[in-house]
Design a protein around this ligand. Structure first.
Ligand code: CP
Length: 308
């Protein structure tokens, strides 16, 4: 299967077969990392981050370094010529001459897609505003596949800020493509999943969705509990954020009756939504999940660069 030269802007850019190929290689990279430690020798990754990041940027950089490649880029666009008014289309037309593959995070929805239309090298969407975060979805799916053995047939609760959280938009669109999935959307009324996302997955994949504002309604039912942060940076005023910021706080006592093999996931960073007392529960896998992000990004880049 040849993915060389392709962009990843939306998780639906890849078929399930292509995603599966990426996961299979990523799992091999977890098991035998030394097999892959030189495959990107001579390759350069550009990380263009117009918004803050810890996991996405550093896991991409770690992934390229672990495959013997090199990295360049900026973590703060204000230190680049963006500050002088350079457009993203001009920036990518310059950076594609300095690199072999680029990952872009941007506060504006659609910015990585626009860049991909001007780029001579593969562009990966590292998160665009409140829209999509496809490589987080690859991370989430590799975590589920590895720890549960199967993606099909899971009951999944997505909890928190489902309006502005780009991770859950990409995740539900992708999980809906698997067999026999059921979704519980848990959010305050003000932060419900946008209608366009719900309508898309219902009409395209005929999935079952139940909406509630109470985590207690679903906690004993689900195979995966995916917590998310209330996205402070997307609110128009501080007062609205303060009203909603502690809508959900998962504590050890709240998961007492949850399934023994439920996975508690979170794309991180967390603020208050998972109490630190939950971290020692074997079902809490969010730090493992962050580590799988390195391997799935290794596999993704190796495929887009055609070195595998
Ligand atoms: N999960 C995630 O996107 O984290 P960062 O914002 O730290 O990259």
């Amino acid at each position: 299967m040849n993915l060389k030269g392709r962009h990843l802007i939306d998780p639906s850019d890849f078929t399930l077969e292509e995603l599966n190929q990426i996961f299979t290689v990523a799992q091999d990279m977890v098991d035998i990392p030394e097999k892959y430690d030189k495959i990107c020798k001579g390759k350069i990754l550009a990380t263009l981050f117009y918004e803050p990041s810890t996991r996405t940027r550093l896991s991409f950089e770690s992934a390229m370094l672990r495959m013997g490649g090199k990295i360049l880029g900026f973590a703060d666009a204000q230190t680049s010529s963006v500050k002088k008014g350079e457009s993203i289309s001009d920036t990518i037309r310059v950076v594609d001459g300095y690199s072999d593959i680029a990952v872009i995070r941007h506060p504006r929805e659609g910015a990585p897609k626009l860049a991909s239309e001007f780029s001579q090298v593969p562009v990966i969407n590292g998160g665009d505003g409140g829209h999509q975060h496809p490589t987080q979805t690859l991370t989430d799916l590799l975590t589920i596949k590895t720890l549960k053995g199967n993606i099909d047939g899971n009951k999944v609760a997505l909890c928190g800020d489902l309006k502005y959280g780009r991770t859950v938009h990409s995740l539900i669109k992708t999980l809906s493509r698997y067999k026999d999935m059921e979704f519980y959307l848990v959010s305050p009324p003000q932060l419900q999943m946008p209608e366009y996302v719900k309508n898309f997955v219902k009409e395209t994949y005929n999935v079952k969705i139940v909406e509630t504002s109470k985590i207690e309604d679903v906690i004993d039912e689900v195979d995966i509990l995916y917590m998310t942060r209330i996205q402070k940076e997307r609110f128009f005023n501080e007062e609205d954020y303060l009203k909603l910021k502690n809508s959900y706080i998962l504590t050890a006592d709240k998961i007492e009756n949850a399934k023994e093999d439920m996975l508690i996931m979170h794309p991180l960073p967390r603020v208050n939504e998972i109490d630190y007392s939950v971290d020692k529960d074997k079902r809490a896998v969010y730090f493992k999940q962050a580590k799988y992000g390195v391997y799935v990004r290794m596999s993704l880049m190796a495929h887009l660069l055609g070195v595998i």
